[in-house]
Write a protein that binds this ligand. Structure first.
Ligand SMILES: Cc1cc2nc3c(=O)[nH]c(=O)nc-3n(C[C@H](O)[C@H](O)[C@H](O)COP(=O)(O)OP(=O)(O)OC[C@H]3O[C@@H](n4cnc5c(N)ncnc54)[C@H](O)[C@@H]3O)c2cc1C
Length: 441
């Protein structure tokens, strides 16, 4: 992995974040090694799905990977017969990203290491990253682009093959196939975007049993509208610093221009709004407002929203607000006892499987990633004040570390809205620029 020229930048994580930092560095003639052991390099979790029913949550026109060429993806989509207004398949966006990565690899500016990184430590030349095959990558700088950490395992059925904790893994795919032939009932724990994917996969596979989605509040992502009229606002029209005041503003604005336009009008100001909240307000937002914000802000394609609506109307999908009290494994399935939010009585139901769709891990110090765990234990990185991601400065540099940056969801404590492509592509350009500046010093 060593080069006889300047050492490459080590980028750990080959999803959208890592791929775009590598591509941005390649444009500047800076070499990198993109480390990802999942087999999804160039695509990451979101865009490696092969399920045609999994479509983008936004229209093609906002999905360019390049901050300085906003029509880039539209051109790629049009060349495949789609239009800028389409919600194209996520696998199509995955192919687009792979093409960007392949171009940088062919130019010999990016090398892909198909391995998990198991440790990273500072060295005389920058950073030394150890891989799970025992190899080491000696690097001039380090970028952590590990994405969201997988959810905490469900506190039930820890040794049961019917309780599936990784909704993106092979076990989940096998469960979907099994359910599609048995048509038995399934419990999806969590009712956000991961649940939506699971419902679409089950539906597309031909499952006709009952699907129950359960979460504390039972909120599900809302759909985009085909006739929303944008209503942009200037930053100084929006109240800063207090969650309650912002909420009241949002309600009032929503009544005037529609809630979708009101929510979207905050997007360009999201980083500033978030950073203007004192820590206690950030905590308040995360605790109380976040579930509401997530379902209104991170919307789904209108066709997908309609499909969910139809499945609910047909009685095939039931959304429950409540909590699980206990899970018993029986010979042919699981008996789940749950308590609905509004009721005191508990109810017992049987399911063939239970799939963890609770979304990303909320407390970074509970990560199970050996490299991240080690870096946190050794003080090479620390959690942000909310404990949800890494502490980074205004240039996404990892606090207290030299020549180390973090990307995407790993920086959500600082930026909050740093999950979607339009946010991450800008950050990738800025981080690459900052790395270039540091390396030529
Ligand atoms: C289901 C889903 C649908 C989405 N749809 C949209 C959409 O339509 N539009 C939009 O704008 N955004 C969407 N998003 C959000 C967004 O695009 C992604 O969250 C974003 O791609 C994050 O990319 P990432 O590279 O930071 O993380 P990831 O995609 O999670 O990639 C991180 C990679 O790092 C690897 N990794 C982790 N630890 C290590 C290690 N120690 N060593 C080596 N490799 C490691 C992982 O295996 C993974 O491949 C969606 C997200 C999801 C989950």
């Amino acid at each position: 992995m060593k080069s006889d020229r300047a050492l490459p930048v080590a980028i750990v994580g080959g999803g959208f974040s890592g791929t775009m930092v590598a591509a941005q560095l390649a444009r500047k003639g800076i070499e990198s090694v993109l480390i990802d052991g999942s087999g999804r390099e160039g695509q990451g979790v979101a865009y490696s799905t092969q399920e045609p029913a999994h479509v983008l949550n936004v229209r093609a026109e906002v999905m360019s990977a390049w901050a300085d060429d906003l029509e880039h993806f539209v051109r790629a989509a049009e060349s495949e017969g789609d239009t800028r207004r389409d919600f194209v398949q996520r696998q199509q966006f995955g192919r687009y990203l792979r093409t960007i990565l392949n171009e940088a690899v062919e130019a010999r500016l990016v090398q892909v290491a198909r391995h998990q990184a198991i440790s990273a430590e500072p060295s005389a030349s920058g950073w030394s990253v150890r891989l799970d095959d025992g190899e080491r990558v000696d690097a001039s700088a380090l970028v952590l682009a590990l994405g969201n950490q997988p959810p905490e395992p469900l506190p039930f059925g820890q040794h049961s093959a019917r309780v599936i904790n990784n909704p993106w893994g092979g076990e989940a795919l096998a469960a979907v196939e099994d359910l599609a032939s048995s048509h038995e009932d399934v419990l999806l724990v969590g009712t956000g975007l991961t649940m939506v994917d699971a419902v679409l996969s089950l539906d597309a596979a031909g499952h006709r049993g009952r699907i129950v989605g359960l979460s504390r509040r039972g909120l599900i992502p809302r759909g985009h509208s085909n006739d929303m009229v944008p209503a942009p606002v200037e930053a100084d029209e929006v109240p800063h610093g207090h969650v309650g005041t912002l909420w009241r503003w949002l309600r009032k604005r929503g009544a005037q221009v529609g809630w979708r336009a009101a929510v979207d009008s905050l997007r360009p100001h999201a980083h500033r709004l978030w950073q203007a909240f004192p820590l206690e307000e950030q905590r308040r937002f995360s605790r109380h407002a976040r579930p509401w914000w997530d379902v209104h802000r991170h919307r789904i394609a209108p066709e997908v929203a309609q499909r969910l609506h139809d499945m609910i109307a047909e009685g095939r999908l039931e959304i429950v607000a409540g909590r699980i009290e206990s899970v018993e494994e029986e010979q042919h399935g699981l008996t789940v006892t749950c308590r609905r939010r509004s009721r005191t009585a508990v109810e017992e139901r049987s399911f063939a499987y239970m799939i963890n769709c609770t979304g990303p891990l909320g407390t970074i110090s509970r990560t199970r990633d050996p490299m991240l765990k080690g870096m946190l234990a050794d003080g090479l990185a620390k959690p942000d004040a909310l404990g949800i991601a890494l502490d980074v400065d205004e240039r996404s540099r990892i606090a207290g570390a030299r020549l180390a940056w973090a990307m995407g969801p790993m920086t959500k404590g600082r930026y909050w809205e740093i999950i979607a492509v339009p946010d991450i592509r800008g950050q990738a350009a800025e981080v690459a620029e900052d790395i270039a500046m540091e390396l030529v010093r």
